[in-house]
Design a protein around this ligand. Sequence first.
Ligand SMILES: Nc1ncnc2c1ncn2[C@@H]1O[C@H](COP(=O)(O)OP(=O)(O)OP(=O)(O)O)[C@@H](O)[C@H]1O
Ligand SMILES: [Mg+2]
Length: 230
Amino acid sequence: MDIIRCENLSKIYQAGDNKIFALDDVTVSFEQGTFTAITGPSGSGKSTMLHLLSGLDAPSQGKVFYQDKSLYDYKDNQLSVLRRRRFGFVFQSYNLVKELTGMENILLPVMLDNRKVDEDHINRIVDMLGIGDRLTHLPGAMSGGQQQRISIARALANKPNILFADEPTGNLDGKSGREVLSLLRQASHELGITLILVTHDMNVAEQAERIVQIEDGKIIRDSGKVREEE
Ligand SMILES: Nc1ncnc2c1ncn2[C@@H]1O[C@H](COP(=O)(O)OP(=O)(O)OP(=O)(O)O)[C@@H](O)[C@H]1O
Ligand SMILES: [Mg+2]
């Protein structure tokens, strides 16, 4: 089943007299529970595509459907709730609140949603991510890899259906980057989460089940939706 898809999606920026097609008439869909990498050179439109698919930004043209309902049929506050409950986000720069401990950062989205903490679920992801000994530390006292693992736990705290990650290993050295990537894969696999990951790095993209390549705002290659058995 497709969990998210877009139709004829475009984002056009006006730069003086020029139009920049950051995304140019893209139609693509993603199956529930799969891991897709979106790759392409700098400026090709990867982040733009992720921002539009996740409802962080609105397109110039086209539509995004989450479980067959257009994101633009939601009222603003409903869309915020959908994003908070169903989508998780991981960024290159971790975006942790530096005054809060690891655990406080992880629980922030649950608190913002006024929901009860599912302690079993939180313990499971803390174990999976190996961050049990960082929970009382402030982000400033953590390595980049540890901060990114906290930010992945935060993204998973609300049990999202889709995890959007934009260059999640971009600030990490090779070893921590590989660890973080393998944890994202594991989380997606074990929790049945659809992972859509943006990267310019082919070595990272090759870890995905599907690779969608974009250039100048267009999909130029798609390895396809059929999952290959390992
Ligand atoms: N707010 C904006 N105003 C004008 N142009 C923009 C804006 N945001 C992005 N662009 C342009 O849209 C194009 C796509 O940008 P985008 O950030 O999606 O690329 P990217 O593939 O994520 O690149 P990178 O790998 O460097 O992060 C680029 O040409 C960029 O300059
Ligand atoms: Mg980008």
